[in-house]
Design a protein around this ligand. Structure first.
Ligand code: HEC
Ligand code: HEC
Ligand code: HEC
Ligand code: HEC
Length: 142
């Protein structure tokens, strides 16, 4: 009996390791791997999303760290005017939006709620999903 539960434990552990590996690979595929640049080069990067074939991580992130260098809205506004003034940011969403529309602290809508800074190409205008799906996720039909 004892050895049987031991081998079950081993199988469970092996599955866990496998799952962790797959999750790790998926995360890397989403973001590519971390890249670094010397300070002088970093300061000259104009397109944070597409530099030498991928996003230039340290423009927005601490070195090899998922934390951001600044408040997310301030961060984007270093390079972008908030052109479409029609949509407010730092407003609170009352009901959850699901994982694919990430909110910031206090359930605030921020730029990266609607835009994926790592992937501007999939849905046009850098959106996280198609335009007509996006709005309805938080607003009822009119
Ligand atoms: C234009 C700015 C920008 C660039 C460039 C950028 N990121 Fe991000 N990244 C963000 C924002 C905004 C978030 C969302 C913040 C959060 O969820 O905490 C984020 C979240 C993340 C996260 C954690 C959340 C998740 O989706 O898993 C990881 C990991 C990450 N980025 C990795 C990278 C890597 C690796 C690179 C470079 C290849 C990179 N980022 C380049 C802005 C950027
Ligand atoms: C270091 C400057 C820089 C930072 C910081 C930055 N961007 Fe950009 N972004 C650019 C440049 C350059 C372009 C390309 C402009 C163009 O092609 O006309 C761009 C393009 C875009 C586009 C347009 C995509 C399209 O298809 O038209 C979106 C959306 C966008 N960025 C969102 C963000 C968000 C959200 C953040 C913050 C998380 C952010 N950006 C931070 C420089 C930056
Ligand atoms: C509620 C969703 C939403 C939020 C929040 C949001 N955007 Fe957008 N953004 C859009 C949509 C939809 C478009 C495309 C249609 C348009 O231009 O209005 C767009 C377009 C853009 C473009 C490309 C437009 C162009 O004409 O080149 C940029 C750059 C951009 N957004 C940056 C930002 C920044 C920076 C923030 C935060 C200050 C932000 N967005 C917040 C939904 C959003
Ligand atoms: C992540 C959730 C979310 C998404 C996605 C979203 N909105 Fe909103 N929107 C809000 C919140 C929160 C407010 C502010 C509180 C309110 O009025 O409900 C708001 C406010 C608004 C307003 C009123 C603006 C004002 O100044 O009073 C309009 C118009 C609007 N959204 C249109 C849109 C459109 C169009 C889209 C799709 C491009 C969209 N929203 C996508 C959450 C969202």
């Amino acid at each position: 009996m004892k050895s049987r539960s031991k081998s079950r434990l081993l199988v469970a552990l092996a599955l866990l390791v496998l799952a962790a590996t797959i999750a790790g690979i998926a995360a890397l595929r989403r973001h590519r791997s971390w890249v670094s640049y010397p300070d002088a080069e970093l300061a000259s990067i104009k397109n944070a999303h597409d530099y030498k074939g991928g996003p230039a991580c340290p423009v927005c992130h601490l070195e090899r760290d998922a934390r951001l260098k600044a408040d997310p809205v301030v961060l984007c506004q270093r390079c972008h005017k908030f052109i479409h003034k029609n949509h407010p940011v730092n407003v609170t969403v009352k009901l959850g939006t699901g994982k694919d529309l990430p909110l910031w602290a206090k359930d605030h809508v921020v730029c990266h709620t609607c835009h994926d800074p790592h992937d501007l190409k999939s849905f046009g205008d850098g959106l996280r999903m198609k335009f007509d799906q996006l709005c309805l996720r938080c607003h009822d039909k009119h």
